[in-house]
Write a protein that binds this ligand. Structure first.
Ligand code: PA5
Length: 463
């Protein structure tokens, strides 16, 4: 089991120049603030930041594994109904740790895993057309237990199950993950007797992948959740050190803040040179955006803070975004995700010896070509004075992915200290939820509905 390595050589001024790169003095000057940030975050570990301790909740882990064992072989499909932090971690880990063809090919007794993190009628309607609900276990996940999208999905699939299986039998096909006491989903669990799991206090949606929110569907799909949790615990230990340069979360958070505050780079690109890690960039995008994107600082003054996360996939986006990244505005910094050892080695056959533009590939491997493209991209970014760091994964396995999750969660918490914003609330998300309640005619939101409808002058062109 290897450790993740954060290489920030190519973010430094001696490599990309002092205008765009961080000088050692700038980084070291943040040492005292970083130490204070670390102390502030760690002091809340047993209070309101309980997500830090999720890798150590062995009783919960056993409860999840017991449920997965009891469910084994009973369902062809596990279907997550949830959105945002209740879905993105599972989507990312399914992509990282399962075969890309898991839902298509031979799976033994393991179920397919679908995460329906949208309510587009064509997504849900097509699912109902394609799948017999009696072959499915629906895991409805909502921390608040009030999110309209998830509640609507629950109602639709519950009705489909009852129609297919009857009132009594349908209960076996639903499992709810929600707050221990708050929210209407908990009340529904009480009434219906569904299997349920708890989203603990002090665990916000985007920090919840290592609690039953992510663990239940991943365990049901047969993935190694203990390996993920071990990786997270190992990273958690690494990120406790006050030795600034030895603490990858401190360094990453400091770089993120310096890149925006001192080098005027509001865009943070996660560039995954791994198809399997690609959706970790989506998970991180939510973590960074919702945590740091805030109108006010912690004293209530308007600051309109926050980096804009961008997701890119190598090599695919070399043929799409790279032109912008190397020659466009100097407003981005890059985090490359790189894998040292792939599970597969794919040789490239030799042919057309007389055609040099083809023959140079022969007797090499896709692994060599992929690595050359990744390193070539970093060389091109560096030559164009675009700062980057590389997170090296020894391989894509549960332990490495668990390390990444815990690293980024701690780094973003530390960013909250540097940016002086509350990294754990999401008033902008709540505002959208409340507006949707009003527009759906929910009782108690009449005044808001009238206000929205009266303040919406329309401009449009007919084409
Ligand atoms: O991170 C968050 O808090 C949000 O993205 C939530 O996860 C999302 O809005 C869904 O909320 P809930 O789990 O309460 O249904």
């Amino acid at each position: 089991m290897g450790s993740l390595v954060l290489d920030y050589t190519h973010a430094m001024s001696d490599v990309v120049g002092p205008r765009h790169g961080i000088t050692p003095a700038e980084l070291d000057a943040l040492g005292a603030d970083s130490k204070a940030a670390l102390a502030a975050v760690q002091a809340r570990r047993t209070k309101d930041l309980r997500w830090l301790d999720l890798p150590y909740q062995s009783a919960v882990h056993e409860q999840v594994l017991d449920f997965a064992a009891r469910s084994a072989g009973r369902f062809e499909n596990v279907v997550v109904c949830g959105i945002g932090g209740s879905a993105l971690g599972t989507i990312a880990l399914q992509q990282a740790l399962n075969s890309p063809y898991h839902n298509l090919g031979a799976r033994g007794s393991l179920p397919r895993l679908f995460v329906l993190d949208n309510i587009d009628p064509d997504l849900i309607g097509e699912f109902l057309d394609q799948f017999d609900p009696s072959t499915c276990l629906f895991n409805v996940i909502s921390k608040s237990g009030t999110t309209a999208e998830t509640t609507a999905q629950f109602l639709i699939f519950q009705r489909a199950l009852v129609e297919r299986l009857g009132r009594e039998q349908h209960v076996e096909h639903l499992c709810i993950t929600t707050d221990e006491s708050k929210g209407v989903m908990r009340e529904i669990v009480r009434r219906e007797g569904y299997e349920s799991f708890i989203v603990p206090e002090g665990v916000g949606g985007r920090f919840s992948v290592l609690c039953p929110v992510g663990l239940v569907p991943l365990a049901l799909a047969g993935l190694d959740i203990k390996g993920v949790l071990k990786g997270a615990a190992d990273m958690d230990e690494r990120c406790r050190t006050e030795d600034f340069r030895a603490n990858p979360a401190q360094v990453y958070a400091a770089l993120q803040w310096l890149m925006q505050a001192k080098k005027h780079k509001p865009m943070s690109v996660t560039f995954s040179y791994s198809q399997r890690l690609a959706l970790l960039a989506d998970w991180y995008a939510q973590l960074l955006a919702e945590s740091i994107g805030k109108r006010t600082n912690r004293r209530g003054a308007d600051v309109f803070a926050g980096p804009t996360p961008i997701r890119a996939l190598g090599v695919t986006d070399q043929h799409s975004q790279m032109q912008l990244y190397t020659e466009g505005p100097q407003d981005k910094w890059f985090t490359l995700l790189s894998v040292d050892k792939s599970d597969h080695v794919v040789p490239i056959p030799a042919a057309y010896a007389d055609l040099e533009a083809v023959s140079y590939l022969g007797h090499r491997s896709l692994n060599e070509l992929f690595a050359a493209e990744r390193d070539g991209a970093r060389v091109a970014l560096t030559a164009a004075q675009r700062p980057s760091v590389t997170v090296h994964f020894p391989k894509v396995d549960p332990h490495a992915v668990g390390q990444y999750l815990q690293l980024m969660e701690i780094a973003v918490a530390l960013c909250g200290e540097h940016y002086d914003v509350d990294a754990f609330d999401q008033p902008g998300v709540e505002a959208g939820k409340l507006a949707a309640y009003a527009l759906m005619g929910r009782a108690g939101f009449e005044a808001r509905k009238a206000q929205i409808e009266s303040s919406a002058p329309r401009s449009s062109c007919t084409v």
